[in-house]
Design a protein around this ligand. Structure first.
Ligand SMILES: C[S@@+](CC[C@H](N)C(=O)[O-])C[C@H]1O[C@@H](n2cnc3c(N)ncnc32)[C@H](O)[C@@H]1O
Length: 228
């Protein structure tokens, strides 16, 4: 995937560039972290998605956060920095990424509050203790498995908690097959479309679907309805 394709947005690029002109990294060091990750082709969350996620985190002040898809620890570092008391559990299946993430989390002084779980998140989440609960979830990993991740996480989400999913437009491929030339991502696109339809049938999830980043959903979880 070319760098352009990786960071292409799903809405008018001129608008995105204009908005990104107002993007401020959390610190100059975090700006350098983002630049290095982008230069290395690591698919970290886009600038506008970062602002949205961190705004939600600042508003809701989660005590416990779960993330699926650590990569080099960029989004986990952001979340740990804006929620200085929060504990974060983040899942990553690639050991090479984990080594980089551990280094980066230590560098930003947040490693003590971030636990990286190594392996396939779908298999690991179902093994979490039943009483392990979270206030904010960020799903940003294998696009064909979002439903598994979501369904596994819900029993661990508190009432009123928020589940944020990235890549929900997947470079607009979810909207129309014309954006998936050669149908290279046929399976992921099909599964994402099915997941989105599913998300909007759930009585216990109040979901907003926004053209931010690579497409973002924000679901507010109503435990009373889920537990019924
Ligand atoms: C888009 S990157 C995450 C970027 C990160 N959230 C950020 O914004 O800084 C997705 C990561 O998810 C990991 N991943 C993919 N499928 C996974 C799975 N089933 N379980 C755990 N990690 C997975 C990949 O190895 C990759 O590092």
């Amino acid at each position: 995937m070319s760098e352009n394709e990786l960071y292409r947005n799903t809405v008018n690029q001129k608008v995105v560039d204009f908005l990104d002109g107002y993007f401020k990294p959390l610190s100059p060091q975090m700006g350098e972290f983002r630049a290095a990750a982008e230069a290395a082709g690591v698919p970290i969350l886009q600038r506008d998605a970062e602002r949205l996620l961190l705004t939600l985190a600042k508003l809701t002040k989660p005590e416990r956060i779960v993330e699926i898809g650590t990569a080099v620890g960029y989004s986990a570092s952001c979340l740990a920095l804006v929620c200085p008391k929060a504990e974060i559990v983040t899942f990553e299946k690639d050991p090479a990424m984990i080594i980089k993430a551990e280094h980066n989390l230590s560098h930003f002084g947040v490693a003590r509050r971030v636990t990286i779980m190594e392996g396939d998140a779908a298999k690991l989440i179902v093994k979490l203790p039943v009483d392990e609960r979270f206030d904010l979830a960020f799903i940003d990993a294998a696009k064909g498995h979002y439903r598994e991740f979501f369904d596994a996480l819900i029993p661990h989400m508190n009432d009123g908690s928020i589940v944020v999913c990235d890549n929900m437009l997947f470079k607009a491929r979810v909207v129309s097959d014309e954006y998936d030339e050669n149908r290279r991502y046929k399976t992921e696109v099909k599964r994402l479309r099915e997941f989105i339809d599913y998300l909007f049938t759930l009585p216990y999830a109040d979901t907003s679907y926004l053209p931010v980043g690579d497409g973002t959903t924000i679901s507010i979880i109503d435990r009373k309805k889920y537990d019924k």
